[in-house]
Design a protein around this ligand. Sequence first.
Ligand SMILES: [Zn+2]
Length: 673
Amino acid sequence: MSNPLLSTAALPAFASIRPEHIAPAVEQLLNKADAALALATSEATPADFEALSASLGVATERLGASWGAVGHLNAVANTPELREAYNAALPAVTEFFTRQGSDERLYAKYKAIAASPTAATLNPARQQALKLWLRDFVLSGAELHGEAKTRFAAIQERSAELAQTFSEHVLDATDGYAYYASADEMAGVPADAVQAARAAAEAEGKEGHKLTLHFPSYLPVMQYGSHRGLRQRLYTAYVTRASELGDKPEQDNSAVMQELLQLRQEEAELLGFANFAEASLAAKMADSPQQVLDFLRDLARRARPFAEKDLAELREFAARELGLAELQAWDTAYASEKLKEARYAFSDEAVRQYFPVPRVLAGLFSIIERLFQVTISEQPAEVWHESVKFYRLERNGALVGQFYLDLYARPGKRPGAWMDEVRSRWARPEGTQQTPVAQLVCNFTQPAGDRPALLTHDDVTTLFHEFGHGLHHLLTQVDELGVSGISGVEWDAVELPSQFMENFCWEWEVLQQLTAQVDSGEPLPRELFDKMLAAKNFQSGMQTLRQIEFALFDMRLHAETDSAAQIQAVLNEVRSEVTLMKSPDFNRSQHSFSHIFAGGYSAGYYSYKWAELLSADAWSAFEVEGVFNAETGRRYLQNILEVGGSRPAMDSFKAFRGREPQIDALLRHQGMS
Ligand SMILES: [Zn+2]
C-alpha cells in the first residue's frame, strides 16, 4: 500500500490521507531527517551552503511538508482517530526540530560558512538566511558554555512551567467563578445570552441564570445589562482573577509573574543583553526599547485630545440618558453600547445582504489581478471537503503560486481564520523551481439552500486580511527557503501586508465593486456606508489609549531590570501617564495578562499598533496615487511582497515609501486628525 504522506507529488493528497498513514510516514521521514542531520554535521560534509541545503534542507523540508499536511487536516477536518494519531506523532517531530535548532555541530558549520571567503559570494537572500540562522542559534543559547549553558536550559524549562501555571490559574479562576442572577438582574441582556445562562443553571438543578467569567457569558452583561449592581459584581470578579484579591489564594499569579520577570532578566543577561526587552527586539523590526517607548508615547500624546473628547461625550450621555451621574469602570462598556446605538443604528444583517460570497470573491480577485499583474483561475485538485476550492495564480502564462480556499464553518474545523503554508518558493538543490502553495481558511456561515452565502463586513475584512498574508507567501520572488514569502519576516512586521489589504474594505470606490444586494443586485448605498465608517471610528481615541496602556506596561516591565519586585507600581505609573479614567484600586488585570506572561507577546505587545502604523502608512500611498493605480501596485509588489524576509522590513518599507514610516496615516484612518 502506498502512503500518500510519502508521495513526492507537487500537492498533498488531502482526500487520501488516513490516520493510519501518519505513524509510519512520520517515522520514515524523521529517520531520514535524523540521518541528514548526522551527515550534515559530520566531517564528510563541507561547510558549504549548497551542501547543507542538499542534505539537511531537503530532508527537513520534506518532513515539514508532510507534517504540515497532517497538522492542517487536524485543524480543518478533525476526527477522534486523526487527533489521536496526530498527538501520538507530535512529540517526536517537535523534539527533532528543537534538537536541530540547538545542535552545536550544526551551529559550528554555519559559523564556518559565515567565516569562509565564499560567504561574500553568496547571493543577498542566502546571506540573509545565513544571518537569521546564526541569530536564532545565538538567541537559543548556542554561544553559552559550561555552567551558563546549564543555567540557560534550566531557565527555559522553568519559564515554560511558569507560563503554563500562569495560564492554568487564569483558566481555573475563569472557570471556577459562577454567579446565579435573578431575572431582574438580567434586564437588558440579549435573549440568547439570557437563555444560555438559564439553561446552564438548569443543567445544575439551580434557580436563576448562571453567569461565568467566560466572554460569551461576561460580555453581554457588561455591554447590555442595565442592572448596575450585577455589572459591578461581574467586573470586580473579572479584574481580580488569579490575583491576591481573588477568592482562591492557590490561583494567585503574583509570585509566578515575579519569578518569570526575574528569569527573563537573567536569561537576557546570559545572552549579553541589558534587559529582556532588548533580547526580544533582537529578532524584531523595532531597534530598541527606547524607540518603542517613544513611538507609544508619541501616539498617546496625539490620541489624547480625541480620547478626552470621547470620554466627555460618554460621560455627558451617561448622565443625561442613563442616569449614571458618575461613570464607573463597570459602566463604560454599557454606556458606550447605548451611545453607539443612539448614534449609528444599523444592523449587521442589513449589511450582509450586500456581500454575497461570489460577488466578494470576484471583486477581491479583480483587485489582486489589477494591482499585481496576475490572473487567478479555479483548478481541480484533491481537497479535504467538497466546499473547498483550489486556485492558480499566473503571470504571463507562467505559474506563480496556488492556493486552497476553505471558507465555511463546519463540525471538526477549528474556529478562526488563518493562512498557512503548504510549501514555499524554493530553487531546489536538485535544480527544479518550487512554487508556493497556501491554504486560506475562514469560518463563515455556510450558504443556506440555493442562495449564496452572505458575509458580514467583518467577515469580508477577515477574508482580505488573510489574503494579505496569502499574497505575501504566494507572490514572493525569493528563491531561498528560509527567507522566501513570510519566512524570516520580523515578527512585528508580518502583519503589514494583511492589515494593508483590510483597507480596501473601507474604500467607497472598491465597495461599489465588491457589493451586490443579494436580491436586487444593487451596490451598497452611500448612506449605509457612512454609518459603517462612523461606527468604525467610534471611541478610537479611548481605544488607542487603552492599547497603549497595555503596550507601555509590557515594554517597561521587560526593559526595566528591577520591575519584577514592583509590577503594580509600574502599572500605576503607566496608568497615571496615559489612562484617562482611573481604574479602581482593586483592578488586577495584569494577573490575567496572558499575552505577555503566557503567550508570545512579552516585550511585543506594541506590535499591534506598530504593524497598524506600517500598513496605514503603506496604504496612504494608494490614497494619494489612486486605489487601483497600477504603478503604485507594482512598487508595492516589488518592494514589499516579492522580497519577503530576504532583507530587513524597514529597508523594504523605505524602498516602497521613499522614507521612514510616519504616524499621520494611522491617526487619519481612525478619525483622529
Ligand atoms: Zn494576521
